[in-house]
Design a binder for this molecule. Sequence first.
Ligand code: HQG
Length: 185
Amino acid sequence: MDPKRRIRASKFLSLVLRHDPARAGITLDANGWADVRALLDGCRHAGRRITHAELMEIVRTNDKRRFALNADSTRIRASQGHTVQVDLALEPTAPPELLYHGTVGRFLPAITAEGLRPMSRHDVHLSADEATARTVGSRRGAPVVLVVAAGRMHADGHAFRVTDNGVWLVGSVPPEYLGAPVSPA
Ligand code: HQG
């Protein structure tokens, strides 16, 4: 599959499976799963034809493993990033001592004052390593990476979950758990 076409298709799938299932005329179940056949039919009707083989290739090769299939590959969901209400049914999990959040300088005054908030998504998204956080931040400009005292938060009773693709989720991060921005390597 041509890389440009693959990225375009992957972005459309993220839109449908995270934010706007109606765009492909489908619904997600309570846990965010869509029927693969219905999704492919819906994409075709929306003028965004993706073959079954292409979908499997996208799931397999996606750089951030954004999509997950169920055991018999009849259902698919986005592993994180939703704005539509879904329950990913992930178990609370003890996080590593430190997690990282990539953002940009213009958000720092608000983040320093009120901590990290989920904004339009369900949860604050945190990365297990600094390099990934830097990439996340760079979507919006010159990246700034914040260290989150996840171990201390967990000890204080905050519930963390980790998605199928290794992104850490937490409802919010109060300012007292945020360290000073990490300087670029
Ligand atoms: C910022 C992508 C002001 C926050 C990524 C971020 C990730 C605040 C933005 C996933 C704030 C929200 C999520 C506050 C947080 N005041 N700004 N109190 N608290 N912010 O896109 O973490 O590539 O909803 O710093 O890789 O950037 O799409 O969250 O800049 O894993 O698969 O508000 O989405 O995944 O932005 O990204 P987002 P995010 P994909």
